[in-house]
Design a protein around this ligand. Structure first.
Ligand code: FUB
Length: 339
């Protein structure tokens, strides 16, 4: 968990790093913030981290979350309201453990919460729950979304259509799905072969099912070739997010074991997306996970680090900071630390 700070120190900054932004809340641990501006208010759908002594193998066994709380703000920098439990794992018939990073969508006056959890077989699936309020409580469907798998759902609305992005390697199990079928064996491509790509499917009109089987989202180098599995600085790990700026689609994601949030751009919500650069440098803590949303005419990056827990990777806190798109469409690289 201290690796990102060690890197910072090695990169020439000798003083103890100072955090740029305060945690948005400090009365509970929160992570993976998916933010949306709806009805003139900012709503944040994070994971709810809880303490545990569970071992911390590569499969993310310490992320033992069991419920979701929704948070909201009337203005950036203003008071943050915790709206209480929006969904508890005991209400989801198929879910047994590990409610990881969620997202939400608004369609008319209906709100949908999308979330991953492991079923009784230990397999990650994606669930959906409905509410007539952005803050819940949400009523879950009795079964996972048919055809869904892996983790980190993110929903992007474009011209009346809704697209569900998802996937994560290692603990997120994407490497166990080939041709839409699960196999308990981890199968990774060779380092010089195309990396495992995130998944996308358009949602059906009911927002509770996929309109077609998931497709791979192609992430490319500027020369048009696919990003390869051995390129840990650029290949997809988890935490997909899509936003649109001046007609261009921005696909951003975490590089996992190199701890960055990076982005690629394209001209369709299905991709392909061409790699552009780093949005957020490593934070304190192993995981890096974000969302990007415009609110009151300003774009913001929502992210997490482990300031409150003093570096415990499974006990994180959500934060936000302004994000700048440059005139050429590039995004300004930011750090969670002051330099
Ligand atoms: O919060 C659990 C997992 O950690 C998320 O699903 C990943 O994106 C990582 O942030």
């Amino acid at each position: 968990a201290l690796l990102p700070v060690a890197l910072l120190l090695l990169s020439g900054c000798s003083a103890t790093p100072e955090f740029k932004d305060p945690p948005l809340v400090d009365h509970r641990y929160t992570a993976d913030p998916s933010a949306h501006a709806w009805n003139g208010r900012l709503y944040i759908y994070p994971s709810h981290d809880i303490p545990t002594d569970a071992p911390y193998p590569d499969e993310g066994g310490r992320f033992v979350m069991r419920d979701y709380h929704v948070f909201s703000l009337a203005q950036a920098g203003g008071a943050v309201t915790d709206h209480g439990v929006a969904l508890d794992i005991d209400e989801v018939p198929w879910a047994e453990r590990q409610m990881w990073a969620p997202d939400a969508a608004k369609k008319g006056d209906d709100y949908y919460l999308y979330f991953p959890a492991k079923d009784s077989q230990g397999i990650f699936r994606l669930g959906v729950a409905h509410s007539d309020s952005p803050t819940g409580p949400f009523t879950p469907e009795p079964d996972p979304i048919d055809g869904s798998f892996s983790i980190d759902p993110a929903v992007f609305e474009d011209e009346g259509d809704y697209y569900l992005y998802f996937g994560g390697i290692w603990g997120g199990q994407l490497q166990r799905w080939q041709d839409g079928r699960y196999s308990a064996e981890d199968r990774y491509p060779a380092d010089d072969q195309p990396a495992l790509m995130p998944q996308v499917a358009r949602l059906s009109a009911d927002m509770k099912s996929l309109a077609h089987p998931p497709k791979a989202v192609e992430l490319l180098y500027p020369d048009g070739s696919p990003i390869v599995a051995g390129d840990n600085e650029k290949r997809f790990f988890e935490a997909a997010w899509v936003h649109k700026y001046q007609g261009t689609y921005y696909f951003s994601y975490s590089t996992g074991d190199t701890h960055k949030i990076v982005y690629a751009t394209g001209s369709s919500p299905y991709g392909p997306f061409t790699y552009q650069g780093v949005i957020l440098e490593p934070v304190l803590g192993w995981t890096n996970h974000h969302s990007i949303t415009e609110f009151d005419g300003q774009w913001y990056l929502f992210y997490h680090d482990t300031e409150l827990s003093g570096g415990k990777t499974h006990l994180r806190n959500i934060k936000m900071m302004p994000l700048q798109h440059r005139e050429n469409g590039r995004i300004e690289t930011v750090s969670a630390f002051r330099r």
